[in-house]
Design a protein around this ligand. Structure first.
Ligand code: ADP
Length: 272
């Protein structure tokens, strides 16, 4: 049983209006337990639409999405939140609570986790992102630094202990230090708890470090789905995906350092 399965999924915004926009076209894929998947593609390629469909926030215009073999419309939203946790772009813009504790506790309370377990959930989620519970729990979420805010927003999803963690551009607009911290905390949490990770990013560095399988979208269609090193060894696919070349050069270097056999495909010099 695949954890998540998309069968010929299409999604059209504003269907039957003059502004109709086909955002995803006939997308099929399976996500197995424990996989780490990166979704790549330039702006407008359908990445956010895809994760909203997986998170049950929107339903396909045609085709089906299954979570644990049950069609997504049949899931109760609270039960689905315990399986699929989605951290959207710039999640800190959605803070609403007066204290960090309340911000993180909202999700677990909402999905029915018992009152006596809430404190442990909040504590462990904050620790997972490197925030000290005692120091931070009574502070206002709005007064934290940029990196702390992002980590808090991620913690509020981790507190529900979802089986699949989906992150949309988790390190966007952070400085290199903040970015590295977040990547490390995500990596450790997923590893320690044996979770499934889906990460949307245009930061290829982040994708290479965190995932093993990449799915590349172009104009709503999957143009590549396979091991990340295979994508980075295929110049044709990279060109087709219209991904950022300087980023790719850096990645090829990382792959070479890790000892991947790049020589059969292309070298850094060839693509600079
Ligand atoms: P990405 O996340 O890769 O940037 P999106 O999934 O956000 O891509 O968007 C895919 C396509 O759907 C784009 O052409 C975008 O303009 C369009 N789109 C996204 N959201 C909406 C919306 N709410 N209404 C109309 N069109 C939308």
């Amino acid at each position: 049983m695949a954890l998540i399965s998309l069968k010929s999924v299409s999604y059209t915004y504003l269907k039957d209006t003059p502004l109709e926009k086909e955002a995803l076209l006939n997308v099929s894929l399976n996500v197995e337990h424990g996989e780490r998947i990166g979704i790549l593609g330039k702006t407008g390629s359908g990445k956010s639409t895809l994760i909203q469909l997986i998170g049950g926030l929107i339903y396909p215009t045609s085709g089906e999405v299954y979570v644990k073999d049950k069609e997504i419309r049949k899931w109760n939203s609270k039960e689905l939140c315990k399986i699929v946790g989605v951290v959207f772009q710039y999640p800190e813009y959605q803070f609403f609570a007066e204290t960090v504790f309340e911000e993180v506790a909202f999700g677990p309370k909402n999905v029915g986790i018992s009152e006596e377990k809430i404190e442990d959930c909040v504590k462990s989620a904050l620790i997972s992102v490197g925030l000290s519970y005692e120091e931070i729990k009574d502070r206002s979420p709005f007064h934290l630094s940029g990196g702390e805010k992002r980590r808090l927003a991620i913690a509020s999803i981790l507190a529900m202990d979802p089986e699949v963690l989906i992150l949309d551009e988790p390190t966007a607009n952070l400085d290199p230090r903040g970015k590295l911290q977040i990547m490390n905390y995500i990596d450790r949490w997923v590893d320690k708890k044996q979770k499934t990770l889906i990460i949307v990013s245009h930061d290829l560095d982040e994708v290479m470090r965190l995932v093993r399988r990449v799915i590349v979208l172009k104009a709503g269609e999957i143009i590549f789905d396979g091991p990340s090193e295979r994508l980075f060894m295929s110049y044709d696919k990279l060109e087709e995906a219209e991904l950022d070349l300087p980023e790719i050069v850096r990645l090829v270097k990382i792959l070479q350092e890790k000892g991947y056999p790049i020589e059969g495909a292309f070298t850094v010099q060839e693509i600079v």
